[in-house]
Design a protein around this ligand. Structure first.
Ligand code: HSE
Length: 313
């Protein structure tokens, strides 16, 4: 049997929602898993990318240590089985290690493909829980599975509690991807184990306001809400130009906020009304001043999550 799963990119944290808020974007990886016809061939992993300049694809493990294989193995083991010989192909458009959920996309793709191969033993709740367990936090995998803007937590029993919010269509999301990578493990290693109570309160206040701002479609509240003291201040030094970009965008009337996408280094700029070209110029030129090239696009939110593209027996 052969199964293909299409999974969207995701941007996590979104200002005050460290490790709990994320949204899906219309950039996709397609993960195809095929039971091998020649037993004993082991696991074969191929990565197909249109972006031939992205040399980091060469660093993807081609053996059973690959995170896609590990995700598949977790699901098989959960029903007391081990995977047969498999051919896995990842057709990738989500830039790697840029804070756009590339690893979550392949975890979700591997899990959903394995679920089809096994006859769907896992329901959506189980997939959310297993994917979060593998990734370590829910803010990428949950919107990758469900689409849209999601707030999620993992409960003590491993289950995922979540709520989807309706993102206002006229609030634009400009996704700014620099030409350098930043691994999540490095970006997490700079975070403190404990934070001042005042900073925790600051984020709780803004996370509450964020939900109200989205639900009431209130740009003034959103300008206050899109701030963070739990991760961005510590990661600032890992993303050259970020402080300058934030400082420059502060003066733009139409900008609602500027945040790190996930663990970075990509940056999201939220805005309303017009002025997208000016926003793109500010980000491009500020990064250019520190010798960083960038790819900048304004994208709608992806309302749909991962889907099974096809399944052949
Ligand atoms: N919430 C995660 C972080 C997202 O900021 O580390 C990246 O995987």
């Amino acid at each position: 049997m052969k199964v293909s799963v299409k999974v969207p990119a995701t941007a996590a944290n979104i200002g005050p929602g460290f490790d709990c808020m994320g949204l899906a974007l219309p950039i996709y990886n397609t993960i195809t898993v095929e039971e091998s016809v020649s037993p004993g061939s082991g696991v074969e992993i191929n990565v197909v990318s249109e972006d031939l300049e992205d040399l980091s694809y060469e660093e993807i493990p081609q053996d059973k240590s690959n995170i896609i294989y590990r995700a598949i193995e977790v699901l098989y083991n959960s029903v007391g089985q081990t995977p047969d010989d498999l051919k896995i192909t990842v057709s990738t458009n989500i830039p790697l290690t840029r804070g756009l959920g590339s690893s979550s996309s392949v975890i979700v793709g591997g899990l959903m493909a394995a679920n089809e191969l096994l006859g769907r033993p896992a329901d959506e709740a189980a997939l959310l829980s297993i994917a979060t367990e593998i990734e370590g936090h829910p803010d990428n995998v949950v919107p990758a599975i469900l689409g849209g803007l999601v707030i999620a937590s993992q409960e003590d029993d491993g289950s995922i509690a979540y709520s989807k919010l309706d993102w206002p269509d006229d609030w634009k999301i400009t996704v700014c991807v620099p030409d350098f990578t930043l691994s999540t493990s490095i970006a997490r290693s700079v975070l403190p184990k404990e934070v001042p109570l005042a900073d925790a309160i600051y984020n709780v206040q803004r996370a509450g306001l964020f939900i109200e701002a989205v639900n009431k479609h209130n740009p003034d509240l959103m300008k206050i809400a899109l701030k963070d003291r739990l991760h961005q201040p510590y990661r600032m030094k890992l993303v050259p130009g970020l402080q300058e970009i934030m400082d420059a965008l502060k003066h733009e009337e139409n900008v609602l906020g500027c945040v790190l996408s996930g663990a970075g280094p990509s940056v999201l700029v939220f805005s309303h009304r017009n002025g997208l070209d000016k926003i793109k110029c500010i980000v491009h030129d500020t990064w250019d001043c520190v010798n960083v090239k960038s790819d900048i696009k304004t994208l709608p939110i992806e309302k749909n999550g991962a889907i099974i593209l096809n399944r052949t027996d």
